[in-house]
Design a protein around this ligand. Structure first.
Ligand SMILES: [Fe+2]
Ligand SMILES: [Fe+2]
Length: 346
């Protein structure tokens, strides 16, 4: 039996519709879906189509018994160092996504940020799975029985102490800097990470690590494309003051990211004297385990190449590159870098 439902009568107030109060800003309301950069919408579509599931990697082929105890600790340690960066990714980009909503950026920017958040969650899951497969309870919640294990735990604790130092600085930076400054830091992180994972996917001899680095590297290359597309739009018309701020941010990015791409420089990092020698021992064990960690010299060359790429990109927009004497790169001296300068990215 058909039921006939009558549409109730529309109310049109005699004095006209009452305007709703304006929404105090910054606020995620009112809702709208403005598109200014179709290329970003395309990248977002691509990110949805190329999504993968880290649980589907052949984790069974990562057998702890195939490694020496030292290699297991070394690889666990390297992934714990990586987690200082990739593990902060979901929270960093989730905050940036909310910020983009509050700033009413065009819709594809918000969606691209969300996709980076999603990808970073996959990357941190890779850290988690690799660590827990080799050292259950790792990186910090296992009982060390050797000096190497004690050294690894201690270094990781110092590393996470430093990770914790920049978090509040980052939270404040979202309201302090315009998006173009934030994106420059993000861009630097994506250049660094795509370079790192591309190099390691070539060098890793263990098939599981090779495959993880290949997939994660593809994500990082897409993140880089997102940042570059946004910057092409935002950089024209950048004030001199912001250009100088970006130069400083680039140096901060070098100081911060060198911990995973190379070795930490003598700035920002609060670490005991034995940190670096022990770091070298642990990373060497990881290298021998087939993880694909480049040698010190290869890392330096790789980092130099990545920075040359960043330099070429920023100089095109009249932004000076900072001096990086650690890698014999000349440029502007930006002085000391502290935790408030660090915008964590990867
Ligand atoms: Fe990542
Ligand atoms: Fe990334």
């Amino acid at each position: 039996m058909a039921i006939s439902v009558q549409i109730p009568e529309l109310v049109v107030p005699a004095g006209g519709f009452a305007p709703a109060p304006p929404v105090p800003q910054p606020n995620i309301y009112p809702m709208e879906w403005r598109v200014e950069t179709p290329k970003l919408a395309e990248i977002y579509e691509r990110s949805k189509r190329t999504l993968y599931n880290p649980s589907d990697f052949p984790w069974d082929e990562l057998r702890p018994e195939d490694f020496t105890p030292e290699q297991r600790i070394g690889i666990m340690y390297w992934y714990a160092v990586l987690a200082n960066f990739d593990g902060s990714g979901p929270a960093v980009f989730a905050k940036a996504t909310i910020h983009a909503f509050e700033q009413h950026t065009e819709d594809p920017i918000r969606k691209c940020f969300f996709s980076i958040t999603r990808d970073e969650m996959n990357h941190e899951e890779c850290c988690q799975r690799a660590i827990q497969k080799l050292i259950p309870g790792g990186p910090l919640d296992f009982t060390p029985t050797t000096d190497l294990e004690r050294a690894a735990i201690n270094n990781i604790q110092w590393l996470y102490h430093n990770g914790g130092r920049y978090w509040s600085g980052y939270s404040a930076s979202l309201d302090k800097y315009p998006l173009s400054v934030l994106f420059t830091s993000f861009m630097m992180g994506e250049v660094a990470s795509s370079t790192l994972f591309f190099g390691m996917s070539k060098k890793a001899t263990h098939p599981v690590f090779k495959e993880i680095f290949r997939k994660v590297g593809q994500d990082e290359a897409r993140h880089l494309a997102i940042c570059l597309t946004i910057l092409e739009k935002d950089w024209p018309g950048l004030s001199e003051e912001y250009k100088q701020l970006i130069t400083r941010q680039l140096r901060a990015g070098f100081v911060f990211l060198s911990m995973i791409l190379w070795e930490p420089p003598n700035q920002f990092w609060e670490i005991p004297d034995y940190f670096l020698p022990n770091h070298r021992v642990l990373v060497e064990h990881a290298r021998r385990g087939g993880l694909g960690v480049l040698t010190y010299e290869e890392q330096a060359d790789n980092w130099r190449l990545a920075l040359a790429r960043v330099r070429a990109i920023v100089e095109e927009w009249g932004i000076a590159f900072p001096a990086i004497p650690e890698l014999d790169l000349d440029g502007v001296d930006v002085g000391d870098i502290g935790p408030e300068d660090i915008i964590p990215v990867f």
